[in-house]
Design a protein around this ligand. Structure first.
Ligand code: ARG
Length: 457
């Protein structure tokens, strides 16, 4: 098939080359944005008297029909037309003949593809923001239902101090908030229009970039045509955001996987989000959480891929940049898919409050509180730490918890200890006493929740 750019060529492209450089198999996803950009461009060409209004109208009507045809599955894209841009342009020419050949005036595929991908990414950012808000709302709800669900908090994956489930869930909510803020930052930086950059050096035609900019809802037109066709920061940035967002989900998944093990037994993932084993009849595996954890590596790969593609490229456009699309689509779609499954998974899981409380009571998670108790009785923290360490050592040797030690035994270690110690080291008191800003006491967690709810408004 004759190429739209075939004038200076004598021979046809080899079949091998056609397959090798064609991107239609993946960039067909951009058809809507390509048509949207072309419509704005055609309107602008007429408004600036670069083409006749009548021609522009005919082009726009045909483009709309092409979009309908694509949506109704009536279009068979062709590899020999390389990419979505040339496929649509050739469909247009098939439909309306010579008039269709006027659309590409004052435009290059380089600014066209930069525009299409930017429009796609902008919509994806909006969609991701909604998904993240749903996720954040689900986290808040889970926290609200578990304000007094006591569990052990961990450092080094060793039981450390008692907290509430709400407190730890709200930690994940804070991460989700920042994930949303990073998307807002993306929008502030990158809602800029590359259309009108031409191949790299603008155009000799009297185009009106402010007009297309406003039509397409951009904050501004890019200020440098070379940058306009060369910049892929906006892809790198969204994939960096996706990587961070996935890392956050993955850490939570790691906890869910641990918590659903028989060793922890803190939660049970609902049947809808777990799977069985083909061999072991007793098994119930937390596959959804494992897959989110697994897909995190894949999204990092998408980010590394585009960073590596871009690092050695001279200005301006280079065909290497065609490699930007598959990783962009993959990173965004993976993040979206993971968010879509995480929300119902945590909403439906069963919380085993009793087991969490029992675990909080074990492992001497209230040892810090015992030391704090001694400090409040007038002992310095370092001495209190030492005495408490000796008490813990003693309890370990007797295989009992701190609250099982009788008052006479306590007083062997320090005369300052009185019977009020038992209330002070009760795990529930340990949580409610931690009233410092951001701490696990119910009023602090409620404050955290209030704060995030107003962020969501
Ligand atoms: N399919 C190409 C891409 O995705 C479109 C731009 C082609 N430009 C060019 N000068 N060959 O990057």
């Amino acid at each position: 098939m004759k190429k739209l750019w075939g004038g200076r060529f004598e021979k046809d492209t080899s079949k091998l080359m056609e397959d090798f450089h064609s991107s239609i198999s993946f960039d067909k996803k951009l058809y809507h944005y390509d048509i949207m950009g072309s419509i704005a461009h055609a309107e602008m060409l007429a408004k600036c008297n670069i083409i006749d209004l009548k021609d522009s109208e005919e082009i726009i009507e045909a483009l709309r029909e092409i979009e309908d045809d694509i949506e109704n599955g009536q279009v068979e894209f062709s590899v020999s037309q390389e990419d979505i841009h040339m496929n649509i342009e050739s469909l247009l020419i098939d439909k309306i003949g010579d008039t269709g050949k006027k659309l590409h005036t004052a435009r290059s595929r380089n600014d066209q593809v930069a525009l299409d991908v930017r429009l796609y990414t902008r919509d994806a950012v909006l969609e991701l923001k909604e998904l993240l808000k749903d996720w954040l709302k689900a986290l808040i709800k889970l926290a609200e239902n578990n304000l007094d669900t006591i569990m052990p908090g961990y450092t080094h994956l060793q039981r450390a101090q008692p907290i509430s489930l709400a407190h730890t869930v709200m930690a994940h909510a804070e991460m989700a908030k920042r994930d949303i803020q990073r998307l807002d930052a993306w929008m502030n930086i990158y809602n800029v229009m590359p259309l009108g950059s031409g191949a790299l050096a603008g155009t000799t035609f009297p185009i009106d970039r402010n007009y297309t900019c406003q039509k397409l809802g951009f904050d501004s037109a890019c200020m440098n045509s070379i940058d306009g066709v060369s910049d892929r920061d906006y892809i790198i940035d969204i994939l960096a955001n996706a990587s961070i967002g996935m890392m956050h989900l993955s850490r939570f998944c790691e906890e869910l996987i641990l918590w659903s093990s028989q060793e922890f037994d803190f939660i049970e993932i609902d049947d809808e989000f777990a799977t069985g084993s083909s061999m072991m009849p007793q098994k119930k595996n937390p596959d959804a959480a494992e897959l989110v954890r697994g897909k995190t590596g894949r999204v990092y790969g998408d980010l590394m891929s585009i960073l590596t593609t871009m690092k050695g490229l001279p200005l301006s456009y280079n065909k290497d940049m065609q490699e930007d699309k598959e990783v962009l689509f993959d990173g965004i779609e993976t993040w979206e898919k993971c968010l879509r499954i995480m929300t119902p998974m945590i909403t439906s899981m069963k919380i085993k409050k009793y087991n969490m409380l029992e675990a909080a009571k074990g492992g001497y998670t209230n040892a810090t509180d015992l030391a704090d108790y001694l400090v409040k009785k007038g002992i310095s923290f370092r001495d209190a730490h030492k005495i408490t360490g000796e008490i813990v050592f003693y309890c370990i040797s007797k295989n009992i918890s701190l609250d099982q030690l009788n008052i006479f035994e306590y007083q062997e270690f320090s005369q300052k200890i009185e019977v009020d110690v038992y209330d002070f080291i009760d795990v529930k008191t340990c949580v409610s006493n931690r009233k410092s800003i951001g701490g696990p006491a119910i009023e602090q967690v409620k404050n955290n929740i209030r704060n995030l709810k107003s962020f969501l408004k």
